[in-house]
Design a protein around this ligand. Sequence first.
Ligand code: 6PG
Length: 236
Amino acid sequence: MEIIPVKNYADLSEKASASIIQSVKEKPDLLFCAATGGSPTGMYAQMHQAHAADPSLFSAMRTIKMDEWGIIPSEHPDSCESYLKKHLLGPLEISEDRYVSFDTHVKDFQAECDRVQGYIEQEGPMDICILGLGKNGHIAFNEPGEYLQAPFHKAILAESTIQHDPALSQGAEPAFGLCVGMEGILQAKKIIFLITGKGKQDAYKTIMEKKITTSCPATFLWMHPNVECYVDQEAI
Ligand SMILES: O=C(O)[C@H](O)[C@@H](O)[C@H](O)[C@H](O)COP(=O)(O)O
């Protein structure tokens, strides 16, 4: 993993977006796994600007949703689906046939997970995987625990993840999400890992100890040969 210190959020967004644009120029139909949340929003805005200047840039790029909350419907304004429509799919004009989504309001979760895992196995590996850092060290919804899951799976969310968005604390069963597993992440050809936002200092410190542990899933990124880790110096 290459640690790339950047001045602030604007700098992080610009540099990360430049790296993606370079890759999409080399491989226009690349498979892009998209995170949501505060970390990538500025980067997606930069990609939008590049698209405005050259509308052909992302015209073949394929996108897969990285994860989705289980408690709220995908039409909810706080869903990952709504976020991606607003910040990525709409602005970059990613057509439906180039977008892989999934639903968390299904009876058979395993079948939905198997479908997405099957897509990744057939069409993957992902060319670019975008990751943000959870305050507890999670990546996507791969939460700290005794073990991590390899395939696309249903994940029980940690308390700190639920608090990230109060809408999620509603509902009777433990809050869950569906998300790409560690195999999909670690097989990606390039990972853009964004460390920015409040409350990330402790997780960042743990990462920098370079000890690989399931109690901080982000430490597994040390095992990947091509991670660009942009670290906002204002945030840590
Ligand atoms: O939202 C997602 O798609 C990810 O599942 C999640 O892992 C996120 O990247 C981190 O929780 C950081 O969130 P922020 O970027 O909002 O700080």
